[in-house]
Design a protein around this ligand. Structure first.
Ligand code: GLU
Length: 491
């Protein structure tokens, strides 16, 4: 399905891609995908003092990690390029010249001093309109040209039509938003240094790129009436706007560094899964049906709709993100978990090396016990560590030894366990469990204590995965050797 829906995500490369920007990108992407439309990435780098190529690269990398593929934009091109504002200066100039020629814009020579005098005077007389007093609006074209030719600095202003009245924006999220005509002034579209202002460049781009829906943060809602003036002056259709709510921290304040990690790459580096991260951010202000929380990417890309975006600010809750991440991990199959998470983490932790080779069934069996205990990828290495040690290298956690081994009667448990294990014929999880099963009763020791002692002896701690499965992976000889090493610690 293809449609004429065209949306854009237009980050300014003045910093990294943050959570709020990532959510805006996700909504635009999902809206394009759900409507068979086109998703455009545009780099709004008109602020040369704060924009850097490095930030642009970081944003592109983050977009790729998020899996938000763009149909037009940097590196992929497209028919409406260039896709960076600094490369579009000619287009802004051409449009401004056209508006000038059509009498929809005009040069203004007012000095900053003049402007502030006018503002103060308007304040003093309590004028409800405190914007630009339109001093240069009615200069004759000849006079204006003569002053330009004489080298006088000037800006270009848009000419808001006389009696334009209120601007009504039908926002897809906020509904009808009415902006009082009094708030509209003949704002600057080109500065005296020859650079376009944000409200002008953005609209020229959105109009020329055929953008049908502008989905962005509601910090831009107040810019919208001005932007509508530019569309109207250009004779271009006004797109549908959807202004999405802010994201707040747990304390109800706008999300910022104070709340912890805010850039996408920090989450990538911390090991969050892209799918889980996207799912979580998508829910910050949008819902599928008001209750479903696990929404796979393909569902998001087919079901996303603007009418389910909430007006209310969303709260970023790192605990819910962690929960989501754990959900995605637990939903993985063992082989995928092994390849994508467990083995890379084991390598990273130095528990295996590049040349690691093991029987696939063995790896899958390990994955099956490690996966349910992995909330963040790094947990995998910690959980699996005892399996990769030997009786000689296993580390015994002091507290676990004190609690689980150094207790009256535990020596007898280890002796009996050793004997039972020696008699196991086929070294499988089931046979191991079956051999250990009768010990508590035979020795009249509580189950929890008996199995706890064996667990500490075999794994060095009390929190390892199920005994039978773990010991099957360790192998019989080393399991027996571990009991021998632990025996002196037991009473
Ligand atoms: N570059 C602007 C920003 O990052 C884009 C605003 C818009 O979407 O119009 O806030």
């Amino acid at each position: 399905m293809t449609s004429n829906v065209r949306v854009r995500f237009a980050p300014s490369p003045t910093g990294k891609l943050h959570i709020g920007g990532a959510r805006t990108a996700i909504y635009n992407w999902a809206f394009a995908r759900a409507n068979g439309g086109t998703f455009i990435l545009r780099i709004d780098d008109t602020d040369p003092t704060r924009s850097t190529d490095e930030n642009t690269q970081i944003i592109l990398r983050a977009m790729r990690w998020l899996g938000l593929d763009w149909d037009e934009g940097p590196e992929v091109g497209g028919d409406f390029g260039p896709y960076a504002q600094t490369e579009r200066l000619d287009l802004y100039k051409q449009t401004a010249e056209r508006l000038l020629a059509e009498g929809k814009a005009y040069p203004c020579f007012c000095t900053p001093e003049q402007l502030s005098q006018d503002r103060e005077a308007a304040q003093a007389r309590k004028d409800p309109f405190q914007g630009y007093q339109r001093r240069c609006r009615d200069l004759s074209p000849e006079e204006a040209q003569a002053r330009i030719d004489a080298g006088e600095p000037y800006v270009l202003r848009i000419k808001v039509p006389e009696g334009r009245g209120n601007v009504v924006v039908n926002d897809a999220v906020h509904g009808e938003v009415v902006f009082d005509a009094k708030e509209l002034d003949d704002f600057v579209i080109f500065r005296s240094d020859g650079t376009p202002t944000y409200n002008f460049a953005t609209v020229v781009d959105d109009a020329l790129m055929g953008i049908t829906h502008v989905i962005r943060g509601d910090d831009h809602l107040s810019n919208t009436p001005r932007q509508v003036m530019v569309y109207e002056a250009m004779g271009a259709p006004v797109p549908t706007f959807a202004h999405i709510s802010m994201i707040l921290g747990a304390d109800g304040k706008k999300l910022s560094k104070r709340h912890g990690a805010t850039s996408v790459e920090e989450y990538r580096d911390a090991g969050y899964l892209s799918d889980a991260f996207v799912n979580y951010l998508a829910l910050l202000g949008w819902s599928l049906d008001g209750e479903t929380t696990v929404i796979p990417r393909d569902v998001l890309a087919s079901q996303f709709s603007l009418d389910r975006i909430s007006k209310n600010p969303a709260t970023f809750d790192p605990k819910k993100l962690d929960w989501m991440n754990a959900e995605y991990i637990s939903a993985m199959d063992d082989a995928t978990f092994a390849d994508e998470i467990m083995l890379p983490e084991l390598l990273e932790a130095g528990l295996i090396d590049e040349g690691f080779e093991a029987d696939e069934t063995w790896v899958d069996a390990l994955a099956a016990i490690v996966r349910p205990r992995t909330k963040m990828p790094a947990d995998a290495a910690a959980v699996a560590a005892p399996v990769f040690k030997t009786a000689a290298t296993l580390e015994y956690d002091e507290k676990s030894v004190a609690k689980g081994l150094a207790k009256e009667g535990m020596g007898a448990v280890l002796d009996a366990a050793r004997a039972a294990l020696e008699a196991v014929e086929d070294w499988t999880a089931e046979a191991i469990d079956a051999a250990l099963e009768p010990l508590p009763e035979t020795l009249d020791v509580k189950k929890r204590l008996a199995f706890g002692a064996v667990r500490v002896a075999e794994c060095g701690n009390m929190v390892s995965p199920p005994l039978g499965e773990t010991m099957a992976l360790i192998g019989r000889d080393d399991c027996l050797a571990r009991i021998d090493r632990a025996r002196p610690m037991a009473l």
